[in-house]
Design a protein around this ligand. Structure first.
Ligand code: FAD
Length: 337
């Protein structure tokens, strides 16, 4: 199947609900059809991007690019041993529907990543993470299509250069790569990960939950903290948690003993960006149709009819005030296109 549209509205393809238009929109579930189309339409490869469900992007109008939207959703077990299963899933599959299927089948590893919006194909891009887990922990390899050569090849986990909300797929030199399928290695005898304290607190002390219970607890926590993009336009955390040197962190902690820090890599510490933003007085701030979500300062929201520029202006003011107050430069997690 291939569906090609010109001047295609993307309001329902981004969770901020921003008005944006793709000059050319190509939706497909067949790689060969995609190769044929790229060749026959003489598409400018430098003016093209891949869009999943748009839950981690800020789309600016006018959007000149050709947009490729993969909708291949096949998935299933392709290898099995006594301990594990190797599962393959198409890029267009809804992430949480896929996680639900793994949990229902007793395959452990992705349950902490329940209820993250988006597609399976986008999960490796920023190495999605939540509640003490990251997708890189279970990802085996990725099948990639290089849109500039129409060649398809595999990238194994050790070549993905996964980091905190980062991977090889974000590097500008790989902007022509489309993730077509993702392979996951999951446990048949799941190891429960309650390393994230708020998740651990959902269970009585000494109780060992199963993956179904972990999934339910994660969904409960997420629903209580984050706005549903269907009701209130947003893209989850707008900023990454900044990583600073351990030395810099302890100087800041002398002044702000309550500042939340998380282990990162030796010699470095991650600081809660939500806390920094809240300290600067932004939590619950609203101006016109944009604002900072009252229950989570990391989330910027569109109250309806906002423009990309309004959101970017608000983001810019937040970055400036955090820099002025704490000397820390926040980086955006959301991809600005
Ligand atoms: C309410 C809410 C909560 C969220 N919570 C979390 C969270 O807890 N943890 C977390 O990590 N993220 C979170 N996010 C962000 C988002 O859900 C993830 O980044 C998700 O993986 C994005 O998927 P998508 O299909 O919507 O990608 P899109 O937003 O469509 O695209 C994101 C980026 O990936 C690229 N891309 C997408 N698909 C492909 C592909 N197949 N091949 C190549 N490039 C591709 C795009 O070009 C773009 O640069 C949240 C978002 C929202 C709205």
């Amino acid at each position: 199947m291939i569906n090609i549209q010109r001047n295609y509205p993307l309001k329902h393809y981004n969770s901020f609900g921003l008005e944006a238009t793709a000059q050319l929109f190509i939706e497909t579930n067949e790689s060969q059809e995609l190769f044929n189309t790229l060749n026959s339409y003489n598409i400018d490869l430098n003016n093209l991007f891949v869009l999943g469900t748009g839950s981690n992007v800020l789309l600016k109008e006018p959007l000149l690019q050709t947009v490729i939207h993969p909708v291949n959703t096949d998935f299933g077990v392709i290898e099995e041993t006594n301990d594990s299963v190797l599962v393959k899933c198409g890029a267009g599959k809804n992430w949480d529907e896929f996680v639900e299927w793994t949990v229902d089948n007793g395959y452990g590893g992705l349950e902490n990543l329940s209820y993250i919006p988006g597609s399976v194909g986008a999960a490796p891009i920023q190495n999605i993470g939540a509640y003490g887990a990251e997708v890189s922990l279970c990802l085996e390899s990725v099948s990639v299509i290089d849109l500039s050569t129409c060649q398809q090849f595999m990238v194994s986990r050790d070549k993905c250069r996964f980091g905190y909300r980062d991977s090889i797929f974000k590097e500008p030199t790989h902007k022509h790569w489309l993730i077509w399928e993702v392979y996951f290695l999951l446990d048949k005898d799941p190891r429960i990960n309650l390393s994230y304290t708020p998740l651990k607190k959902e269970f009585p002390i000494g109780y060992f939950p199963g993956i179904q219970e972990v999934r339910k607890a994660v969904i409960r926590l997420r629903q209580s903290k984050l706005p549903d993009p269907i009701e209130l336009g947003n893209a989850g955390s707008f900023f990454k948690n900044p990583v600073v040197s351990a030395c810099n962190a302890s100087l800041l902690q002398e002044k702000h003993p309550e500042m939340p820090t998380y282990y990162h890599e030796p010699g470095t510490v991650k600081i809660g960006a939500g806390w920094l933003i809240e300290q600067c007085g932004w939590k619950g701030f609203r101006e016109g149709q944009v604002g900072v979500y009252p229950r989570q300062a990391l989330v910027l929201v569109n109250y309806g009819g906002a423009s990309a520029d309004e959101l970017l202006n608000l983001a810019g003011s937040i970055v400036e005030s955090v820099k002025k107050t704490f000397g820390i430069k926040l980086e955006t997690e959301v991809r600005i296109l």
